[in-house]
Design a protein around this ligand. Structure first.
Ligand code: NAP
Length: 432
């Protein structure tokens, strides 16, 4: 009997899972469900617009989507149009590939003041995600504080620091470019609560901060260790490259370019200051004890009009699906949440790893899932379609996405790759 698998979420983890299932058992029917009309998840709306090379991985997913036994159900949202339980009634297995959708909170005073943004919202905004296109951040200066020392923080800092000429080959929406261009901040602070050897950004991303046209990267040499040792030799090598790059930045002259990017370490946010809007941020100077950042009692204030927190994400709550104690993914064992219910990607392991991490990780889950798949006989996509039709949902197909894709490309002039449609109205309109 034909067996049916539903994959909820069309980002890299979902598509790699679909591809692994197709390769191992080409007879299985796969339906990929996404709440947006557009597929590819963070490849479209998380990867920074100036990383078009990374975004090109969509070509791999496109091949999977065009396979005979793979169908795309766009504009279908679990918990709005149907539940996970209803999917399990219609599919032999359900895979949650929904990522993690909510910014982790800082948990400090002033966090809810206007002028404070989470990186999910801000990066969604500069990537034209329909949920965040209307964010209208003011990006007030004179300084902007970006909290966190991961690659997301680096992305935010870089996109906010780039000039129009540097973004010409990207698909950043015009509204975002205009806001960035008109904002008058002079200083961006990227704040790590621990030291440079604890940073989680990677060397290639850090090096990009050294080649911005109007912004000079600066580091206080006193914050860099003369020597250090970590247990893992691979990690030691990686961190040595990072320290070497930071040392280069520490030799830069603050006046070399009109804007400054300060990479500050041992800096933990204590309080965001301001009455009706962000006016500053109070920082505790930390020392490292047992690998953790501990406040030394010394504090200072940075004069900033905008704060962006890039400190990770928490899991997306779905009815009936347990969230792990960490809060960052669904409770699962090697991808298995419950009988016939699986998780891949960040929904499985929390927000860690790069796109390529998902290839093997999703394949491993796909193989486990196939080994447990029973004889089938559930209705699959036809049953799903019937239910959604009954509920008046407007299902979009992969062909509809190709129409959006064509419209976006046609609207762009070389070397801009596409002009994104950034509202649900415009996206749905392009499919008519
Ligand atoms: P991340 O690498 O886990 O970084 C989170 C940062 O937030 C850490 O520096 C962490 O510091 C800090 N943090 C957490 N809670 C904090 C708090 N309360 N106060 C101050 N700082 C706090 O996560 P991410 O940057 O969100 O990235 C997620 C994943 O996507 C990563 O695997 C990343 O490599 C990947 N990614 C890759 C790219 C790329 O390849 N170009 C781009 C974007 C994202 P501690 O270390 O002290 O906890």
């Amino acid at each position: 009997m034909t067996r049916h698998v539903a994959i909820v979420g069309s980002g890299p983890a979902g598509f790699y899972c679909a591809e692994a299932i197709c390769k191992k058992d080409p007879e299985v029917r796969i339906d990929i469900i996404d709440r947006l009309p557009t597929p590819y998840g963070l490849v479209r709306s998380g990867v920074a617009p100036d990383h078009q090379g990374t975004k090109n991985v969509w070509r791999v997913f496109d091949r999977t989507a065009q396979r005979d036994h793979v169908r795309y159900f766009g504009n279908v949202e679990v918990d709005r149009d149907l539940s996970v339980a209803e999917l399990l009634e219609r599919y032999d297995a359900v895979v949650l590939a929904v990522g993690v959708t909510t910014d982790r909170r800082l948990g400090i005073e002033g966090e809810d003041l206007p002028g404070v943004y989470g990186s999910r919202a801000l990066s969604g905004w500069y990537n034209g995600h329909p949920d965040f296109a209307a964010l209208e951040p003011e990006l007030r200066g004179p300084g902007i504080a970006v909290i966190g020392n991961g690659n997301v923080a680096v992305d935010v800092v870089r996109v906010l620091s780039r000039e129009r000429e540097e973004m010409i080959k990207t698909d950043i929406p015009e509204y975002a470019m205009r806001t960035i261009e008109r904002s008058e901040y002079t200083d961006v602070y990227m704040l790590g609560r621990r030291g440079p050897v604890h940073a989680s950004f990677t060397t290639a991303e850090l090096r990009e901060l050294g080649d911005m046209t109007r912004t000079v990267a600066l580091v206080d040499p006193a914050q860099l260790p003369e020597t250090f040792a970590v247990d893992d030799p691979k990690q030691q090598k990686k961190m040595e490259k990072i320290i070497d790059t930071l040392r280069e930045y520490s030799a830069n002259a603050p006046g070399a370019k009109p804007r400054r990017l300060h990479l500050r370490f041992f800096a933990s946010p204590v309080r965001i200051l301001g009455e009706d809007h962000v006016e500053g941020i109070e920082i505790a100077v930390t020392a490292i004890e047992g690998g953790r950042a501990v406040a030394t009692g010394e504090t200072y204030v940075l004069e900033v009009g905008t704060v962006v927190s890039a400190i990770g994400y928490v899991a997306h709550s779905l009815e009936g699906v347990p969230i792990a104690a960490s809060g960052t993914c669904y409770a699962n064992v090697d991808g298995k949440i419950a009988d016939r219910l699986w998780a891949v990607g960040w929904a499985k392991r929390g927000p860690s790893g790069v796109i390529a991490t998902n290839r093997q990780d999703s394949a491993d889950v796909a193989h486990r899932l196939l080994a447990e798949l029973d004889g089938g006989g559930r209705g699959g996509g036809d049953a799903l379609g019937a239910l959604l039709e009954q509920r008046g949902a407007r299902i979009l197909t992969y062909h509809d996405w190709l129409k959006i894709d064509e419209r976006e490309r046609a609207a762009a002039t070389e070397p801009t790759p596409r002009v994104k449609l950034t509202s649900m109205e415009a996206l749905l309109g392009a499919c008519e």
